[in-house]
Design a binder for this molecule. Structure first.
Ligand SMILES: [Zn+2]
Length: 397
């Protein structure tokens, strides 16, 4: 492979090795055969035999990172969507075989190659929108055997795609409880069987739990956290989407990597999470889909929290695999500035994944991670959210 020369890039919005967002106009960038940025300059660069990219109509951004997705599932819930639109309650939908159990059944019925194929198609769709870092959770297996099967599928996909996209795997066995399961018994299985198997085979990067009203209480989180930590596994938690159960206090007092949703987390708790380096992840596309309120930056800026936002792609509460929608909601419904939006979709999600932010920054000597869009700046992507303006990516992992 020869050198790549991006000439006269109209606008570059990226971040430096300190995680500070910057903007530059009319930039020339030389990338060597190993994908390392050799030179960034406002004057023209001459490189014989280089592949030339004309950047005068393009915007350069960091690679987007999605730190919260439920990309592993089969089937879809469009029948349930119709019922919901006609005002059916959660209980009525469950009675008609809808809800998480219907996804669990469809996923269990899908073979390994079928599931692999579905996940790979979705990964390609993320890549086509400039997302080069993606966390994928399990959570539709809900039994030891199925969850382990799903984790193994994800590990093999992660390996296959390692040069193209960075994937993190999260075990979310405690996503829900099947109708014939006892919650306490299921947690015992998770702690005594599944977590040790995950640690022994190194099947997951993180362990997660859905802590909320009607799902798992804070005491369950404590039990799982203690077991996972003993096994050397890092923890995340879904908290406060429906109701504040106090899990934020527990997470802030222990080294959780992130807490996600946080719709009902108090300002005091947010401050505490911030002070203890627990990354807050907000999911506005889910708020949009289920018609709930959005967390507004005006309210949380005072806490010092710099949130990550992610798509929360899943079949039940956010079925749109469309990253521009997330950018739109971040600006319009959460009131983010362009700088906050860039931080929330790159630096903050990297922190939520315990990843070294420096590896993704834009500086000479670094492996290049730049995505090009047919737009003038990030705000235009958020504004034209019905379109995918992604052009190409030069992302070396
Ligand atoms: Zn989730």
């Amino acid at each position: 492979m020869s050198h790549i020369l991006i000439q006269n890039l109209s606008c570059l919005q990226h971040f430096d090795h300190n995680g500070k967002v910057f903007e530059k106009r009319d930039v020339n960038i030389a990338i060597n055969a190993h994908g390392v940025i050799e030179k960034i300059s406002s004057s023209p660069i001459t490189l014989p035999d280089a592949t030339i990219i004309e950047g005068d109509q393009l915007l350069g951004l960091p690679a987007f990172v999605d730190c919260h997705s439920h990309t592993l599932f089969a089937g879809n819930r469009s029948a349930e969507f119709q019922l919901k639109c006609q005002g059916a309650s959660y209980l009525e939908i469950a009675k008609q075989g809808g809800g998480i159990v219907s996804t669990q059944k469809a996923t269990a019925a899908a073979s390994d190659p079928e599931l692999t194929n579905l996940i790979e198609q979705r990964i390609e769709a993320f890549l086509q929108q400039g997302v080069y870092g993606l966390e994928i959770k399990t959570g539709y297996g809900l039994t030891h055997t199925q969850e382990i099967r799903h984790l193994r599928i994800l590990r093999s996909i992660q390996k296959k795609y390692q040069a193209k996209i960075k994937i993190w795997i999260t075990y979310l066995g405690a996503h829900a409880v099947l109708p014939d399961q006892n919650k306490a018994e299921y947690l015992k299985t998770i702690c005594n069987q599944t977590l040790p198997a995950i640690a022994a085979e190194s099947l997951a990067d993180f362990v997660d739990m859905f802590v909320d009203q009607g799902f798992f209480g804070t005491v369950y989180l404590q039990v799982q956290y203690q077991k996972a930590t003993t096994l050397g596994l890092r923890c995340k938690a879904h908290i406060d989407e429906i109701k504040n159960l106090g899990a934020a206090d527990y997470a802030a007092e222990h080294p959780f990597v992130s807490v996600d949703h946080c719709r009902h987390t108090t300002l005091k708790q947010l401050e505490k999470l911030q002070q203890n380096n627990v990354q807050v992840v907000l999911l506005p596309a889910t708020s949009f889909y289920i018609n709930e309120g959005f967390v507004h930056m005006q309210d949380i800026r005072q806490t010092g929290v710099k949130p990550a936002i992610s798509l929360d792609y899943n079949p039940g509460s956010q079925p749109a695999l469309h990253w521009p929608l997330l950018l739109h909601l971040g600006m319009k419904k959460m009131g983010m500035t362009t700088e906050e939006l860039l931080h929330a979709t790159t630096i903050a999600p990297l922190r939520a994944l315990d990843e070294d932010v420096q590896d993704w920054c834009f500086a000479e000597g670094q492996k290049c991670k730049i995505t090009l869009f047919r737009a003038s700046d990030l705000a235009e992507l958020a504004y034209r959210y019905g379109e995918n303006l992604f052009d190409q990516g030069w992302v070396y992992l």
